[in-house]
Write a protein that binds this ligand. Structure first.
Ligand SMILES: O=C(O)C(=O)C[C@]1(C(=O)O)C=C[C@@H](O)C=C1
Length: 166
């Protein structure tokens, strides 16, 4: 089950890659809100808050702040590429979602991303101890490719992962 990295279930080398894909899968919801409210893709204040929160949480799991920051910076860059691609594809909105209620970024989406981030930290801590980084990078590339993301989205997410594993 994805999103349960904190449980006692043993981690395999796909846990963190699956969580990276799950995080990206939120971005069409996020960008629908931004498009409807004419907000820019980048919210630098939210990014910094998230990075600081993850650094702090990561420290509890014994993770170096720099590895945590660079890991999430990569996931955020990937998220922004994905949102930008979506806006280009759907300048008038996704026709299959017209009329669907918009989620609230601060009430539902960002808290969900925060929870997911914490699961990612747990998985990152396990991966840094157990897995060799080349196996993890290959597993992540496979998951992201199978999920259908573009080369630039995949490259950014992998760059973050590589830095997070160092
Ligand atoms: O929370 C948002 O507004 C998002 O777009 C998500 C996200 C992220 O990946 O966490 C991505 C881009 C923004 O600059 C801030 C955060």
């Amino acid at each position: 089950m994805v999103g349960c990295a904190g449980s006692s279930r043993p981690q395999d080398d796909a846990t963190l890659p699956k969580l990276m894909v799950e995080r990206l899968s939120w971005m069409d919801e996020v960008v629908r809100v931004k498009q409807a409210r004419s907000l820019p893709v980048t919210d630098a204040k939210r990014e910094e808050e998230l990075l600081v929160m993850m650094e702090r949480e990561g420290q509890k799991a014994g993770l170096p702040a720099q590895a945590v920051r660079e890991f999430f910076a990569g996931q955020i860059t990937a998220a922004k590429f994905l949102q930008t691609e979506w806006l280009k594809k759907y300048p008038q909105g996704d026709p299959t979602l017209v009329g669907q209620p918009l989620p609230d970024l601060s009430v539902t989406v960002r808290p969900a991303l925060d929870r997911l981030g914490k699961s990612m930290l747990t998985a990152l801590a396990v991966s840094r101890q157990k897995q060799d980084s080349r196996t993890m990078m290959a597993a992540a590339k496979t998951e992201l490719t199978e999920a259908g993301y573009s080369k630039q989205v995949i490259a950014a997410a992998l760059e973050g992962l590589e830095a997070g594993l160092k």
